[in-house]
Design a protein around this ligand. Structure first.
Ligand SMILES: [Zn+2]
Length: 86
């Protein structure tokens, strides 16, 4: 009896690698890890802004994020993206 061989399955190339919607990087979802991280931060910071400024709308917040000189490039692009999809 021939020993059971591992069937040689052709390794499926992940041809349909998704591209980040904001840059050219390959992404697991619609955003690459960098933009994903930036989005997390933008979303996390929102409640802080609300408590600091009283009531601030989501769009108004995103607008502030974009115009803030201290906002990094990733976060700015993410804020623009969030504005578009909201
Ligand atoms: Zn990206």
């Amino acid at each position: 009896m021939e020993a059971l061989r591992q069937p040689k399955m052709p390794v499926q190339e992940r041809e349909e690698a998704v591209k980040c919607q904001l840059c050219e990087r390959t992404a697991a979802t619609n955003l690459c890890v960098y933009h994903q991280m930036a989005m997390e931060r933008v979303k996390e910071a929102y409640p802080l802004w609300v408590s600091a400024y009283g009531s601030i709308g989501w769009k108004e917040y995103l607008d502030n994020v974009k115009r803030n000189v201290q906002t990094g490039r990733w976060a700015k692009e993410t804020a623009e993206f969030l504005e578009k999809i909201e």
